[in-house]
Ligand binder design. Structure first.
Ligand code: A2P
Length: 282
């Protein structure tokens, strides 16, 4: 699996398997095992997905050296603030059954964000987290928080795909050497995206499916992608994207598909209220 180098030197596999919305106590275990068997070496979970323990069990049971597998998890809002975050990090380590996490993110940009970030920085200095990062951060939110951070985030995980290219955000993140990670890289199965004629014609040209063209484009853009599939063929296919290369012209033709919009606006106060209300434990 091809990797990118993060701003602290850590190598991250360019495509990860996302387990958002896959239930715990079986389904996430099976999906993670299947992904690891298919060749994935990067699993993206979160405390808020409530399936860290299944990911941890699968990583233990697969019989692959822990060092070969890159695990990302994220702190949920309920555990923000310095003291709560320290406990939240310990809870993630415990649920995953590991003594370090490769990448740990602040999942959402609300609440006592900088207090939580300080706890991540400390766990990073202690070696419990190999890299730390942010998620759902817009340009405005970056400007709000950046001066309170001593460790530069390694990544910003945001909605990203050919219809949602985050061009202004990417420029700011590039200036700071923060790598983008794409959630909803396939537009969450958006038929208009997967059926787009530019993408479909490239799929025919390269004998790939439209999802593979999109994921290859994201890779060539230098962005980490986290596609989700429960279909074994598509799961395997989504990492079979390293045997062809899109030309500059083809890259530009997909770049032209940007709508400048996405499905989620982190700055919408209604999202803040809704997400702040989501509890994952007592
Ligand atoms: P399925 O699980 O049946 O494969 P995203 O990662 O952007 O959230 O998109 C996930 C959605 O896209 C799921 O509905 C998944 O369905 C579908 N999907 C995953 N890989 C592909 C692919 N290569 N081509 C088309 N659809 C895909």
């Amino acid at each position: 699996m091809q990797t990118f180098t993060l701003n602290n030197g850590v190598q991250i596999p360019a495509v990860g398997f996302g387990v958002f919305l896959i239930p715990n106590d079986g389904p996430t275990y099976e999906a993670t095992l299947a992904a690891l068997k298919a060749g994935y070496r990067h699993i993206d979970t979160a405390a808020g997905y409530m399936n860290e323990s299944d990911v941890g069990k699968a990583v233990k049971d697969i019989g692959i050296d822990r060092k070969e597998i890159f695990i990302t998890s994220k702190l949920w809002l309920q555990d923000y603030g310095y003291e709560n975050a320290k406990k939240g990090i310990e809870n993630s380590l415990k649920a995953l059954g590991t003594d370090y996490i490769d990448l740990y993110l602040l999942h959402q940009p609300y609440g006592d964000y900088l207090g939580a970030w300080k706890a991540l920085e400390e766990a990073y200095q202690e070696g419990k987290l190999r890299a730390i990062g942010i998620s759902n951060i817009t340009v405005n939110l970056w400007n709000k928080f950046k001066d309170g951070m001593s460790v530069m985030p390694a990544v910003n995980q945001v909605e990203f795909n050919p219809f949602t290219q985050q061009k202004a955000l990417r420029q700011v993140m590039d200036e700071n050497n923060i790598r983008l990670e794409a959630w909803y890289p396939l537009g969450h199965g958006n038929k208009d995206l997967l059926g787009n004629e530019t993408i479909v014609s490239l799929a025919e040209r390269y004998n790939k499916n439209p999802g593979q063209i999109i994921l290859r484009w994201i890779y060539q853009e230098g962005v980490i992608s986290l596609p989700k599939s429960t279909n074994p063929g598509r799961m395997a296919g989504n990492i079979d994207i390293f045997d062809f290369e899109l030309t500059d012209e083809e890259m530009a033709s997909i770049r032209a598909l940007d709508t400048g919009k996405g499905t989620h606006n982190p700055e919408d106060p209604a999202n803040e209220t809704r997400l702040m209300g989501l509890k994952i434990h007592d």
